[in-house]
Design a protein around this ligand. Structure first.
Ligand code: 13P
Ligand code: SF4
Length: 353
């Protein structure tokens, strides 16, 4: 039984006000691409991109020996790659994770203003006292958090291994304090039956997917499979044929027999999903309906701040370097390294099966 305790009220999160990067002519795009390719070589740098960033950046990462991946694989790739500089195209927690794991490397980002509503919704000065009030619980934080929050955690986890980790902790008889995503937390609680105390934050993108509108779309397309990221609300997850991390959704698009797929995650993923499953018809899950604000509909406003122009500028000038205070980094490394070790152990187990 979960004890009844005060969960802090949700923190109000402001969406970015900066205008999106300017659109480019074909000539400008070609020139920027060539300049970035040259600079990556000259600076001994590799591009590590998330599936939600602009497809120009995803393509460039593929063409230059970098990676396009989910947040766990981005961390693993950056950690294993010999380049002296990691250029992380994504949001701030991804750059910080790279720095936590690789203090000897220079970590650059096209912009340091690319935040995440989950990270913003879990400020360390509120989270730490909350943890201190529950010393009997293992603190498990989603990777979408600041270095300070990771430094207070026992475990860091991403969506690709969250179910396995919570099952593991439950089997050890642990009680869990989970932060920050309430939808993912509730999903994990339902699935595993673990005793979880859940922080109250959400992803502004996934929170917009609407259950009723999704059911209507499914009625119009009864042959379609619904695939959803677990940051989506329960009304969406309850209808999903498959729930998984970004990489797992791409794999599912390939593996599921359905020709049509309704996809409840950021539309940036469609670039790789089309590549993986070229014969499939991909549809965006609906964000319109009751309670819709549609300020961030199906595309993360912070991921959208990454562009060819600011990437070239960063590589040219060395601006936007990610720094994490050493005392915080060392503490955050403990739980972050545990995540990588746990991911490796479950991978080895599945290969051994
Ligand atoms: P993944 O770990 O599945 O890539 O998710 C990261 C994220 O920010 C999803 O919104
Ligand atoms: Fe954060 Fe949501 Fe953007 Fe992912 S999509 S980075 S969870 S705000």
């Amino acid at each position: 039984m979960n004890q009844r305790v005060e969960i802090p009220v949700p923190v109000t999160v402001r969406l970015p006000t900066a205008p999106p990067p300017p659109s480019l002519s074909d000539g400008e795009r070609t020139r920027l691409r060539e300049r970035i390719k040259r600079l990556l070589k000259e600076r001994n740098a590799v591009l590590v991109a998330h599936y939600y960033v602009d497809e120009d950046l995803q393509r460039l990462a593929e063409e230059t020996g970098g990676c396009v991946a989910d947040s766990l694989e981005m961390a693993r790739f950056g950690n294993a790659h010999p380049a002296r500089t990691l250029v992380v195209a994504g949001v701030r927690f991804m750059g910080e994770t790279a720095k936590i794991l690789n203090p000897e490397k220079r970590v650059l980002m096209p912009t340091l203003e690319a935040e995440c509503s989950l990270d913003l919704g879990c400020p360390a000065d509120q989270f730490i006292p909350f943890c201190d009030a529950h010393p009997d619980r293992q603190v498990v934080v989603y990777s979408n958090t600041s270095a300070e929050v990771k430094a207070r955690a026992d475990w860091v986890v991403t969506s690709s291994i969250a179910v396995k980790l919570i099952e593991h902790l439950k089997a050890r008889g642990e009680k869990i304090l989970w932060a920050p995503d309430k939808h993912l937390g509730k999903y994990l609680q339902r699935l595993t039956g673990a005793d979880m105390l859940i922080w109250n934050a959400a992803c502004v993108v996934h929170d917009e997917f609407k259950g009723l509108a999704l059911a209507a779309l499914k009625r119009q397309n009864p042959d379609a499979a619904i695939i959803a990221h677990p940051e989506s609300p329960a009304a969406v997850l309850d209808q999903a044929d498959l729930i998984g991390s970004t990489s797992q959704l791409i794999q599912a698009a390939k593996d599921l027999p359905n020709k049509k797929l309704i996809v409840a995650t950021d539309r940036g993923i469609f670039y790789k999903m089309h590549q993986a499953a070229p014969d499939k018809i991909l549809m965006e899950a609906p964000t319109a309906g009751e309670g819709a604000t549609c300020e961030s509909c199906a595309h993360c406003p912070w991921m959208a701040m990454n562009a060819l122009s600011n990437l070239a500028e960063t590589l040219e000038t060395g601006a936007n370097e990610v720094h994490v205070e050493e005392a915080v980094r060392v503490k955050a490394l403990r739980a972050t390294q545990r995540m990588l070790d746990f991911a490796r152990s479950i991978q080895q187990k599945s290969h051994g099966d």
